[in-house]
Design a protein around this ligand. Structure first.
Ligand SMILES: [Zn+2]
Length: 303
């Protein structure tokens, strides 16, 4: 059940943070930790192996404390969390609709300044939930098409909103794709190389959605897919809330890519606080000529 899962996980999170406080340097000492509420439990991807990688990655920085809610189909009836307890909700959830009252409570949380991080297939979820689609800006699959909003991509030096008809959501074969920063002044991207290579995974393309109050921070060319420069990192303003949406993170393996790690870390801190306090990521750490992987221990050593 949801409650038991949360309780069990809380214990794990505390143990990790104790370890972190011993092993990590002073960068974030004295600052209260950012409380993250990770939701998973249903996904067409391997959430059982993916979520622990995200938890370990965030914990390795010493900046976050994480609680996890595993919401299986059977748990939905009991899933009525107090979202307001958390600085940011991290969704790795692509499953059945939540209860109406939970949806209402989540919208209220976001409108009042709650925050959200959406990872990869989490943007497939809730195709009929209007407010959620406004939060994520763009989504894919599950019947999405022109009724849900435009295609959005980079063309001729600017972002294009393409209202043409067609399905929302597809991807080509997995490959190492080059991410190009388009918005260099945003706190998330300001400290990143302007171009870098993501490790091998599928690249989402042809996503569709309302794309209101959305900023595309970075794109990647969908070779063998849409053949367009597709949004990879996005931010959305929803009410008083901040949303960071990354299409990266297909598998627990590709989540070991430095591109995923650094954008998750920076994006989660930004969503929660509006700032990024982590030092810039050099082209040595996040290169464009090779797709870099990194062990969790190496992240720990940096912090
Ligand atoms: Zn995928």
């Amino acid at each position: 059940m949801f409650k038991n899962t949360l309780k069990n996980f809380t214990i794990i999170a505390v143990q990790l943070s104790l370890f972190s406080s011993v092993s990590l340097a002073d960068d974030h000492k004295g600052k209260p930790k950012i409380s993250v509420f990770l939701v998973d439990g249903q996904n067409n991807h391997d959430w059982k192996r993916c979520s622990p990688v995200m938890i370990d990655t965030l914990n390795a920085t010493g900046r976050f404390s994480i609680e996890r809610a595993i919401v299986t189909k059977e748990d939905i009836a009991d899933f009525k969390p107090n979202f307001g307890k958390y600085d940011v909700v991290l969704s790795n959830y692509n499953g059945e609709p939540w209860l109406q009252e939970t949806q209402v409570s989540f919208v209220k949380y976001m409108k009042n300044g709650g925050n959200l991080v959406v990872v990869h297939a989490a943007d497939n979820s809730f195709p009929k939930w209007k407010e959620f689609n406004e939060m994520i800006g763009l989504g894919g699959w599950k019947g999405r098409n022109e009724k849900d909003g435009p295609y959005v991509y980079w063309k001729g030096g600017k972002i294009v909103r393409d209202e043409s008809k067609g399905k929302g959501g597809s991807h080509g074969r997995p490959w190492e794709y080059k991410v190009v920063v388009r918005e260099k002044k945003h706190p998330i991207t300001r400290g990143l190389p302007t171009e870098f290579l993501m490790v091998k995974e599928e690249l989402y393309d042809r996503l569709r959605g309302p794309a209101k109050n959305m900023t595309v921070l970075a794109t990647a060319f969908a070779e063998g897919g849409s053949e367009r420069h597709e949004p990879v990192l996005m931010t959305i303003k929803y009410g008083k809330g901040r949303v960071f949406h990354t299409v990266m993170g297909h598998s627990h393996t590709s989540m070991g890519g430095v591109a995923f790690q650094e954008t998750l870390i920076r994006g989660t801190e930004w969503a929660a606080t509006g700032k990024v306090t982590f030092p810039p990521v050099t082209a040595e750490i996040l290169p464009v000529e090779r797709a870099a992987y990194r062990q969790i221990e190496e992240i720990k050593a940096l912090n």
